[in-house]
Design a binder for this molecule. Structure first.
Ligand SMILES: Cc1ncc(COP(=O)(O)O)c(C=O)c1O
Length: 417
């Protein structure tokens, strides 16, 4: 496996030349110069309505279609006709749940997690509209860390007892934007489908939030056997636009079109896109890489990210006596991305906003505190964590360096000495 050429990687992001340490990447990543150039080129040279027969429209139609194909590749979907674009992941899932209204029956069950509300709120509202039953798959204590009550994660043994013959939808995250843990989607979906079949469930569908996963690893909706999946390009070095995968049979059979009644789009993603996508943003997602090279890239990214993650986790584990509690898995490894959250408790507790204040005072380091919209997960932590304070979160991606990790540790040492 080729290792990452970090100098070349960083040169592709103009924002990094400022020397600012971007450590809030789970909130949003920096944007590639190439992406901005594509937005500009589209708006300045090709900004026409799609689908007409004059030459500029034909070229623009091709550019936007290429954007859908880029997303198809990111999902490893069978067809670009399974990809809908929208302004945010949150909006796309709300649209998805609304399109599903007619296919959810009274008394059926929907399982959500306490992770980012984008994959919970729309299902809660759908359950209320349809008189369906809502269930929570809670994050539970990881047995490897009995001394840390905040070392929690989504575990299959807490999910399977929730499944019944009435389970219609299970909505969960491929990676937590707080815990940094990668969930074994393929294994979870296989176990769910087996259990649902044993119990004679009418129709089980699965919706996976990949927003916190997509910057770190390759998605494979076909291998995972999921029905719906989504992520946002602004977390993956792109523009503010998001994509939702809907597997063809689900798109055709489970969803009612949100589009105009006279459009014949029953098997098209346009069903979930009431109105056109942002053309320039969709085109900007095409990116410079040749198709088919993603897998090697992800391997190099994952290896580099482990080099960032290990020293930060080791430092925080070493501060357990000072009251530091990692929120999530305490160890680096294949099932962990460099999104690291913690709280400082005990006799010398430090509130999360006060930890972050020390970083803000430096002026050139960006990290954050809060619940990061995984409100229920943070609210359910025990002993209780104030949801306004939430956790301190440091989140790196592949363009960060080991030297930057050390800068973060140095500031933490000032606060936690
Ligand atoms: C895990 C996760 N899911 C969903 C979202 C929501 O994405 P969007 O801002 O595109 O609605 C976020 C945003 O932070 C996230 O971290």
């Amino acid at each position: 496996m080729a290792s990452l050429d970090i100098t070349a990687v960083r040169a592709a992001f103009p924002a990094l030349a400022s020397g600012v340490l971007f450590g809030d990447n789970a909130g949003g990543s920096q944007c590639l110069a190439d992406v901005a150039a594509r937005v500009s080129d589209y708006l300045l040279r090709a900004n026409v309505q799609l689908g007409a027969d004059y030459s500029v429209s034909v070229a623009s139609t091709t550019r936007v279609a290429d954007g859908a194909d880029a997303a198809r590749e990111m999902f490893n979907a069978a067809s670009a006709d399974e990809v809908a674009y929208g302004s945010s992941s949150t909006m796309l899932v709300e649209n998805l749940a609304r399109a599903m209204d007619a296919d959810v029956r009274e008394g059926e069950e929907i399982v959500v997690t306490g992770e980012h509300e984008s994959n919970a709120g729309p299902w809660k509202r759908l359950a209320a509209r349809r008189n369906a039953t809502l269930k929570l798959w809670p994050a539970t204590q990881l047995p490897a860390y009995p001394n840390n009550p905040y070392a929690v994660g989504l575990q299959l043994d807490a999910l399977l007892p929730l499944i019944t013959a009435k389970t219609r939808m299970v909505a969960f995250t491929a990676c937590s934007n707080i815990l940094g843990s990668i969930n074994p989607v393929k294994e979870i979906v296989a176990a769910l489908r087996t259990r649902a079949k044993e119990l004679g469930a009418r129709k089980l569908e699965v919706c996976v939030d990949c927003v916190a996963y997509a910057p770190h690893r390759g998605i494979d909706v076909q291998d995972w056997d999921v029905d719906y999946c989504y992520f946002s390009f602004y977390k993956v070095y792109g523009p503010h636009t998001s994509v939702l995968y809907a597997r063809k049979p689900s798109l055709t059979d489970s969803l009612t079109s949100l589009g105009h009644h006279f459009l014949r789009i029953d098997s098209k993603p346009y069903k979930l896109q009431p109105g056109g996508p942002g053309y320039e943003l969709t085109y900007a997602c095409t990116g410079p890489h040749p198709r088919g090279t993603l897998a090697a890239g992800w391997a190099a990214v994952a290896a580099h990210e482990q080099a960032l993650l290990a020293p930060l986790l080791a430092y925080l584990r070493g501060k357990a006596a000072r009251g530091v509690r990692i929120v999530g898995d305490e160890q680096a490894g294949a099932a962990r991305v460099p999104t690291v959250s913690f709280v400082v408790v005990g006799a010398r507790a430090v509130r999360s906003p006060d930890v972050v204040k020390a970083f803000d005072a430096k002026g050139d380091i960006g990290i954050r505190y809060g619940h990061f919209y995984a409100y229920t997960l943070v609210d359910d932590l025990a002993p209780k964590v104030d949801t306004d304070d939430g956790v301190v979160r440091v989140s790196f991606v592949h363009y960060n360096t080991v030297a930057e990790v050390q800068r973060v540790i140095d500031v933490l040492e000032e606060v936690l000495a």
